[in-house]
Structures are given as structure tokens and as C-alpha cells.
Ligand binder design. Structure first.
Ligand SMILES: O=C(CO)[C@@H](O)[C@H](O)[C@H](O)[C@H](O)COP(=O)(O)O
Ligand SMILES: [Zn+2]
Length: 197
């Protein structure tokens, strides 16, 4: 087992090295979109399943509270948190609609959907993207593998950050790093005077 543990570390490090080559431009573009969204008084809605639901919550917590510097709270909502709403929609309609119905209610033109899926094939995340387009929102998608069906939903103003790996866990490990890069970019662009050494 020791070897297996070491292999997991090595594989994770290698995936991050590969991602450092492949992803900075798309992360920078996603951060610029988020900065413009927040400057315009809009908000970011985030969703995903399983570990990616946790990532959506991690992101919204960093914005609503703070990341590394002292600054005012920023508006973000993780759509995976309201169990009454989620169970009602899944029970009365379908699991695929748990995020899209929330977006139809909460999404405003100019808001961003942060759609997180390692496969790019989660039905409820794809329906969330459809709902976001219907609300004149833009999309930042964190994906992996071949981008799945989500890759086909990207339009001109959207960004896909696709981790170069086929392993769900390794992709999630990079998604968390991407989320921290987005938070860092947002903070340093919106609050340059508060930068810490
Ligand atoms: O955290 C993990 C695996 O590391 C799981 O909970 C994983 O997120 C779930 O199987 C998800 O349903 C996978 O969905 P997706 O990434 O393909 O959209
Ligand atoms: Zn996991």
C-alpha cells in the first residue's frame, strides 16, 4: 500500500505539472470574466456532484467570506447546499433538474455559472448550463477527460478549463487548485491596494 500511496502523490504532481502547461490562459480568462461579472454587480452560481459539489461550496465560501486578503464579501451561491429545495425538485421532477430550476429562479443576465464536472457528462450540470444560457448568463466550466457533453455547450463568451487527465480524483485535485487561482486573481484584481506580500 505504501507504493500505491506514493504513486497517487506522483500521479497528482504530474497532473498538476501538465495542467500548469495547459491551463493558465483559460484560468486567466475565467478570472477576467468573474471580475467583470462582480464589478457589474452580478453574482456567481456554482454547481457539481459529489466531490464537485464540495468544490462548488468551497468556491462560494471563499467569495462570501474571504480568500487570503481582507476584503468585502463577494456574491456567490453554491446550488448544492439547500437540501429542502434539492430533494423537492428531485422528488417532484427529476435529479437532472435540481440545479436548472434554481438557476431559472436565481440567475440574472450577467451572472456566471461555475459548472464543475470531471467527466463533463453529469445530466444536472448540463441542464444547469442550458438554464444559464436561457437566463443570458455566461459559463465557466471546470471539466476533465474529453470535456464530455459539456464541451459542446460552450459558446463564444464562455470558458472551459479542461484538466488534462482521465482520472476523476486527479482531475478534482486540479479543480481545487484552479478554484484557488480564480480566487487569487479576483482578489488581486479587485483589491490591489490590499495585496499582502
Ligand atoms: O469525489 C468523487 C470521486 O473522487 C465522487 O463523489 C464524484 O464526484 C461523483 O462520483 C460524481 O458524481 C462524479 O460526477 P462528474 O465529476 O462526472 O460530474
Ligand atoms: Zn472524491
Amino acid at each position: 500500500m505504501l507504493e500505491r500511496i506514493k504513486d497517487s502523490f506522483t500521479e497528482s504532481i504530474q497532473t498538476k505539472i501538465d495542467a500548469a502547461e495547459a491551463l493558465p490562459e483559460s484560468i486567466e480568462k475565467a478570472a477576467e470574466m468573474m471580475v467583470q461579472c462582480l464589478l457589474g454587480g452580478n453574482k456567481i452560481l456554482a454547481c457539481g456532484n459529489g466531490g464537485s459539489a464540495g468544490d462548488a461550496q468551497h468556491f462560494s465560501a471563499e467569495l462570501l467570506n474571504r480568500y487570503e486578503i481582507e476584503r468585502p464579501p463577494l456574491p456567490a451561491i453554491a446550488l448544492s447546499c439547500d437540501t429542502s429545495t434539492i430533494t423537492a425538485i428531485a422528488n417532484d421532477y427529476s435529479y437532472d433538474e435540481i440545479y436548472s430550476k434554481q438557476i431559472m429562479a436565481l440567475g440574472q443576465p450577467g451572472d456566471i455559472l461555475l459548472a464543475i464536472s470531471t467527466s463533463g457528462n453529469s445530466g444536472n450540470v448540463i441542464k444547469a448550463m442550458e438554464a444559464a444560457l436561457g437566463r443570458d448568463m455566461t459559463i465557466v466550466a471546470l471539466t476533465g477527460k474529453d470535456g464530455g457533453a459539456m464541451a459542446g455547450f460552450m459558446s463564444e463568451g464562455d470558458v472551459e478549463v479542461r484538466v488534462p487527465s482521465n482520472v476523476t480524483a486527479r482531475i478534482q485535485e486540479v479543480h481545487l487548485l484552479v478554484i484557488h487561482c480564480l480566487c487569487d486573481n479576483i482578489d488581486r484584481t479587485l483589491f490591489p491596494q490590499d495585496e499582502q506580500a
